[in-house]
Design a protein around this ligand. Sequence first.
Ligand SMILES: Cc1cc2nc3c(=O)[nH]c(=O)nc-3n(C[C@H](O)[C@H](O)[C@H](O)COP(=O)(O)O)c2cc1C
Length: 193
Amino acid sequence: MKVLLINGSRREKGCTYTALDIVAKTLNENGIDTEILFVGKRAANGEIDALVSEAKELLKTADGLVVGSPVYYASPSGEVQMFLDRLFITAGSDLRLKPAAAVVSARRAGTSASFDVLNKYFTITEMPVVSSNYWNMVHGNSPEEVLKDEEGVQIMQLLGRNMAWLLKSIEAGKAAGVEQPALVQKNKTNFIR
Ligand SMILES: Cc1cc2nc3c(=O)[nH]c(=O)nc-3n(C[C@H](O)[C@H](O)[C@H](O)COP(=O)(O)O)c2cc1C
């Protein structure tokens, strides 16, 4: 089993990466493979279509998804939102029913608002949202500071552990004959007729 992790920061090995790396290492320790896709810089350079194609290819063999973003002006980065807008509108069938989690990194504030924005991509796509023992956030301006956020580090470790458990439970359910719920046609009741 494999989890795809998205790094929505412009800094490839910054704070968001540091948080994602803790989640990835914990997943690995629990027998789950991982791959981190760095989208922030390339999204900012106009490579959205190429990035989304790459992510869709990776999602075909991924069983779970973790999206990481720095907090910019109390929101997820514009880069990650641009990427997710395109990915989620075009890759629904490769996302649906796969466990997902959001991770945010900030110096100080705007974390829960950003966390909320990211989780909404999952809950409109029937993705089971994996939780930890707090909202998934770390605090810091550098990887060193993030590693000093002991509570944040533990949140990431538990998130990885819980996601591994859920992935294994779903796998065991499939082996025991539990069928995935079928996709239903959405009832779209637009406000303007
Ligand atoms: C454009 C910009 C806006 C930011 N806005 C916020 C903010 O609203 N709240 C906050 O606590 N930190 C803010 N920060 C700091 C980053 O969220 C923080 O340093 C984060 O951990 C960086 O993650 P990264 O190293 O993965 O890019 C901002 C940073 C930048 C570059």
